[in-house]
Design a protein around this ligand. Structure first.
Ligand SMILES: Cc1cc2nc3c(=O)[nH]c(=O)nc-3n(C[C@H](O)[C@H](O)[C@H](O)COP(=O)(O)O)c2cc1C
Length: 214
């Protein structure tokens, strides 16, 4: 048994106080995101854990890249037929979370996922390098494949087929917009007295702000 009980760290980098936070969680997310980026741009600041409720009733989490965020919500791109895509089709309740170790921060977003418009997905697909476009076409994400060799051969065949031609977005690939209902910000503090501030969307579309016990 690996005993990790001595892994212990004191969090001392920052604080999160009611007196300094905006009324809207997207503004605070924006501030935190750019602070992390400026502090340590070497990591994948936009890597987030996406959790869905699977068709088997189990939650499943995986890392996905956040590609856009604004007042409407948070956007990522994936294969609509993947395990997560099938899960979202059945149950759009979703959770996104970020762990920004460099500034000892966590953000957890609960929300509702919906497909982005065809236009939006086309636009993002178009911006990707050809290799990534073909990779998206060749990969029936989350399906069993016979071997790595099979994938590489399939990619080669597609490269030949599409040489000099426009590569269009497959209909089963695109974006999801996650509209937030609850956003929790966690800032590590000394003595385990961490700051936790939760924004919860109210019926009148204002955000109720509460501090939670660490
Ligand atoms: C750093 C990182 C970034 C990733 N970005 C994406 C992404 O943007 N879209 C995506 O579909 N999968 C991405 N993946 C792969 C997913 O974690 C996952 O393996 C894949 O989406 C299939 O998940 P599913 O079978 O649960 O649907 C990324 C993985 C890592 C580690």
């Amino acid at each position: 048994m690996n005993d990790l009980s001595n892994y212990r760290k004191s969090y001392e980098k920052s604080e999160l106080l009611e007196s300094t936070i905006p009324e809207d969680p997207i503004n605070l997310f924006n501030k935190w995101f750019h602070e992390v980026e400026d502090f340590d741009g070497s990591g994948e600041v936009n890597a987030m854990t996406v959790s869905t409720i699977g068709l088997d009733g189990f939650p499943k989490s995986r890392v996905v890249l956040l590609k856009k965020f604004n007042e409407e919500g948070f956007v990522f791109y994936t294969n609509y037929n993947s395990e997560k895509g099938r899960a979202i089709a059945k149950n759009p309740n979703i959770c996104l979370s970020f762990f920004w170790e460099s500034l000892e921060r966590q953000v957890i977003i609960k929300g509702i996922a919906q497909k982005t418009s065809e236009n939006n997905s086309d636009g993002y697909f178009e911006s990707r390098p050809d290799g990534s476009k073909l990779g998206a076409i060749v990969s029936n994400q989350s399906e069993i494949v016979p071997s790595r060799n099979y994938l590489e051969k399939s990619l080669k065949q597609l490269e030949i087929k599409f040489e000099g031609k426009e590569i269009l977005r497959p209909k089963n690939w695109g974006g999801y917009l996650v509209t937030p209902l609850e956003v929790e910000f966690w800032q590590g503090r000394p003595n385990r007295l961490h700051d936790r501030i939760r924004y919860a969307l109210q019926e009148d579309f204002t955000w109720q702000i509460n501090r939670l016990a660490p």
